[in-house]
Design a protein around this ligand. Structure first.
Ligand code: XIL
Length: 361
């Protein structure tokens, strides 16, 4: 009876498991040689990793591309909207809010048991014309900032668990970016943005998000100082997002320093937008090679290893920016061939995928 059951189960599993590339293990039960027992549990990032693994998701691909959707459902347990929650997407004119794309994503996340991270309430990019052309007094600009933040946070209250409140406010040289927000409201608007978000949803975890912590001490120190100053003033900030749009030539020590200095603030640390470019020098004729894939795997492993070393209570998770090399923003944004993600354009796992798993071994 036992033997028959095992054979029939095996015959059902053997083809799909082989297709998935799962290995069979031979087990020895009380010294008796038995047929190989196949593990029915497939490796996925969300199952293997000791912290949340996320992806920035494009809503139109999620709706229209089954391979894309299936991969997101299978691998990740945290979702960030690539663009659907940005200012221009949800608030295209002064008195109009358009929620349908973002709501679709939030419903998808909740239905599939995934955390949803909000991105982003305040940025110098993705602003609709009505904002960039807005003529108003300081008080009217303050009202615009506050109303936008509180309307968006209130809409998703109880569903979106965390927000990138302010995105990319610091320049590479450590000065404040001369954004429209700084021009109209001064740098103290940053703290008020956090307070407005907190008033609208006191339960939401609030992050300051930026790139380039790994470039070196100049930008990283400025970001850490900003965050520590906010904390010191009693501003409700819970975490720091390291975008980590990085490159295979970045040193492991710079990547580790980015992560450990963020952790030293005591705040949650989110690697919020990772991708590891293989073609940072914009070589138009570069092709993907096995060697590049191996180098990329080692770099993903180094990042994950450094992240795994910070206190567990501070590990908010690692989110990759986009899902596969086929939908990554890098090739179109920088007009070059590149392969920055752990999945290729055919939805297959690259060596980088194993690099991520190896980072927590
Ligand atoms: C990018 C999106 O991926 C693109 O589709 C869009 O055209 C521009 O924005 N840092 C961020 C993200 O915080 O919001 C950016 O996303 C990538 C860089």
């Amino acid at each position: 009876m036992m033997g028959l059951t095992k054979i029939s189960v095996l015959s059902k599993l053997i083809i799909p498991m082989a297709l998935l590339g799962i290995s069979c293990e031979k087990q020895n039960n009380n010294g008796i040689e038995e047929a190989p027992v196949i593990s029915t549990v497939e490796t996925t990032l969300q199952k293997e990793m000791p912290f949340k693994m996320g992806a920035a998701v494009n809503v139109s691909l999620l709706k229209n591309n089954t391979n894309y959707r299936n991969l997101v459902v299978k691998e990740f347990n945290s979702i960030t909207a690539e663009n659907a929650m940005k200012f221009a997407s949800v608030h295209p004119s002064k008195d109009t809010y358009t929620w349908s794309e973002a709501d679709y994503l939030v419903d998808f996340a909740i239905t599939n048991g995934k955390r949803i991270h909000g991105h982003t309430l305040n940025w110098y990019k993705s602003l609709p014309d009505w904002v960039t052309k807005f003529q108003g007094t300081t008080a009217e600009w303050e009202n615009l900032l506050k109303t936008h933040i509180q309307t968006v946070v209130s809409h998703f209250k109880g569903k979106v668990v965390s927000w990138d409140v302010v995105n990319e406010a610091i320049n590479e040289d450590g000065t404040f970016r001369n954004s429209i927000w700084v021009q109209k409201l001064g740098v103290d608007y940053i703290g008020r943005a956090f307070q407005y978000a907190h008033e609208a949803d006191p339960g939401a975890l609030l992050f300051y998000n930026d790139y380039g912590h790994e470039f070196g001490p100049t930008k990283r120190t400025a970001i850490i100082n900003l965050v520590n100053n906010l904390k010191g003033q009693g501003i409700p900030i819970n975490g720091i997002g390291l975008q980590m749009h990085t490159r295979v030539t970045q040193t492991d020590s710079n990547l580790a320093a980015a992560i450990s200095t963020a952790a030293a603030t005591g705040l949650l640390v989110h690697i919020s937008e990772i991708d590891i470019a293989l073609n940072p020098d914009n070589n138009q004729s570069l092709t993907y090679t096995t060697d590049l894939g191996v180098q990329q795997a080692a770099k993903y492993k180094a990042v994950v290893k450094a992240y795994n070393a910070i206190p567990k209570a501070q590990q908010f998770g690692i989110t990759q920016w986009n899902v596969t090399d086929g939908d990554s923003w890098i090739p179109s944004n920088y007009s070059r061939p590149d392969w920055p993600l752990p999945f290729d354009a055919q939805y297959r796992r690259k060596p980088a995928y194993q690099g991520i798993l190896d980072g927590v071994k």
